[in-house]
Design a protein around this ligand. Sequence first.
Ligand code: G3P
Length: 226
Amino acid sequence: MKLILDTANLEDIRYFNTYYPIVGVTTNPTILSREGGDIVAHLHEIRKIIGNKELHIQVTETDYDAMVKEAKAIVKAFGNKETVCVKIPATDVGLRATKALAEEGYRITVTAVLSAGQALLAANAGAAYVAPYVSRLENIGADGVGTVAEIQEIFDAAGTDTQILAASFKTAREVLDVALTGAGAATVSADVMKRLLAHTTTDTSIAGFAADWEKAFGKKTLGSML
Ligand code: G3P
């Protein structure tokens, strides 16, 4: 399962793009509102940091013609049809825009997906990704991971090219449970991404290796002896 970073924070993007095997960055209007300022310059800066990796940017227009126009402008401004995925909400207007844009070769991430029905419609409209919101489902007593599993089963049965880009995670466990469904991708916050790597026993193991090595060979590294 591919991992994408769900943030617009430049420091986090620099860090995770350097150290973690992420394949892109996702944003949404809420995430961008946290950064404020010149948001166009900010998005250009994100592009500069991640190079040709995927950058997902959401439309803000709600009317069909304006949404399609905005989607094309977003792609032109921040990359190309391969490197920019336009996020479009799972609404009737959104489905129409997805279909029209997908027919022209744009990659659309249908977002705010809360049901398998929405995912099926998004896939039939030609979406590259559908983004089911795992924690938001869990928060209302629904089965977030189960919904992702159901969507994946539907996609597998139909042999669709549309991939799941699971989103809205609050725990590392949710990410792992979604990975077990066979979902193609997940977008994860900086916090949850860190929790996938952190382990105190890893830290104590590494400290033990270093102490034992130093006792036997002093400050020299193995490389310096070769
Ligand atoms: O990218 C949007 C999605 O991840 C929403 O996450 O944490 O606001 O539910 P959250």
